[in-house]
Write a protein that binds this ligand. Structure first.
Ligand code: PMP
Length: 371
């Protein structure tokens, strides 16, 4: 019998090589999401035989990976999206980072990639954020640092098989305001049952690249031919609402029983378990003003409630925007107007304020982790 000893992912011993050529940091109001990256990145190699290598923080640069690697051929990869915020007290905070670690480990399992110790990875991320902290400007709720952990299969072999080499890395980019005019900008949705984002028995609840690439042509169709901003992803014969673009969907309405309700579809395997979604559900429960539900919502529910004047607000929820109001849904050539903006949007605004107050340290909360 052979005893294999493999190491687990550990922050202790992390190696840091700082750049000799720091970049010029662009003014935050000129930033286009995802185009400029900070000076450094984090890389951690894994191999089946040795386990996790020492984490390295190195100058941001290209990777060198075999063209045979399974990440390129079979999308054996997964990723995360989280943020660091500079608070009113100048401290930098992460928001519920262990939720992202849990989700990344779930995605890794779905991709047949190895799991890792999330606590240790967060320590490495904090070090990376500290090193590039000048990239997060003085406190402003208009700015944050987007953190993109990425996990790819790198073994230099073609084959649909469990990989023996992988790279967990992280790149960060400063982001400016999601709503540059300072007020919510509502979006118009394209809902076409011909397109399906995820299905039962699939991997829709994982954050794998393979779930995103195929959505681009539908998003392009929505924008260029349907005069819409985002796709509303429907599922099943009864046209259940699942997600909007890369956000979870929320509805504030008077339900069938006449009660004020804030509802979002349940985590039934075809929905990405958003950290924002979970946080809004928790915040809403503290109010005591609305029934808070994870329930099926169909297009028929929407049409009937609209006709009866029971829909108050619909909005997307995600890390990028916190909440994004919905003004219209184009469904089977019919444009349905959603009176979100006419109604405040009262609930969307309240969620936005309560969540950003926590993220930017206006309100102390155990959801935040100081870097
Ligand atoms: N749904 C999808 C498909 C997404 O890609 C995202 C972004 N991660 C979300 C919902 C929102 O998740 P979160 O609140 O964690 O950003």
């Amino acid at each position: 019998t052979s005893i294999r000893s493999v190491s687990s992912l550990k922050y202790d011993g992390i190696k840091v090589s700082l750049t000799d050529n720091p970049k010029v940091i662009p003014p935050h109001d000129k930033l286009i999401f995802g185009q400029v990256f900070t000076d450094h990145m984090l890389t951690i190699n894994w191999s089946h035989d040795d386990g996790w290598n020492t984490p390295h923080i190195v100058p941001y640069d290209h990777l060198s990976i075999s063209p045979a690697a399974a990440c390129f051929h079979y999308a054996v990869e997964c990723f995360e999206g989280m943020k660091a915020y500079r608070g009113v007290d100048d401290k930098i905070r992460l928001f519920r980072p262990m939720e992202n670690m849990k989700r990344l480990n779930n995605s890794a399992r779905a991709a047949s990639l190895p799991e890792f110790d999330g606590e240790e990875f967060v320590k490495c991320l904090k070090e990376l954020v500290r090193i590039d902290q000048k990239w997060i400007p003085a406190h402003s709720t208009k700015c944050s640092l987007y953190i993109r952990p990425t996990f790819i299969a790198t073994e230099p072999i073609i084959g649909v098989q469990k990989c023996r080499n992988a790279l967990l890395y992280c790149i960060n980019c400063p982001v400016g305001p999601y709503f540059p005019k300072g007020t919510f900008n509502p979006v118009k949705l394209y809902a076409d049952p011909a397109f399906v984002r995820a299905w039962h028995g699939g991997v829709g609840e994982s954050k794998m690249g393979g779930n995103y690439g195929p959505t681009i042509r539908v998003q392009t169709l929505a924008e260029s031919e349907k005069n819409c901003d985002q796709v509303l992803w429907l599922y099943g014969e009864d046209r259940q609402l699942t997600e909007v673009g890369t956000m979870n969907i929320f509805m504030h309405w008077i339900n069938e029983d006449g009660d004020p309700e804030i509802a979002t579809p349940p985590l039934n395997g075809i929905i990405l378990p958003g950290v924002t979604r979970d946080s809004l559900l928790a915040l809403g429960k503290t109010w005591g003003t609305h029934k808070i539900s994870e329930r099926k919502i169909t297009m028929d529910d929407i049409k009937i409630a609209l006709a009866e004047g029971r829909i108050k607000e619909m909005f997307g929820a995600g890390t990028a925007c916190v909440v994004c109001p919905i003004s219209d849904i184009l469904y089977l050539n019919e444009s349905l107007h959603i009176p979100t903006m006419e109604n405040g949007p009262e609930v969307a605004k309240r969620f936005y304020k309560e969540l950003t107050d926590i993220q930017y340290g206006v309100v102390e909360h155990d959801w935040t982790v100081v870097v």
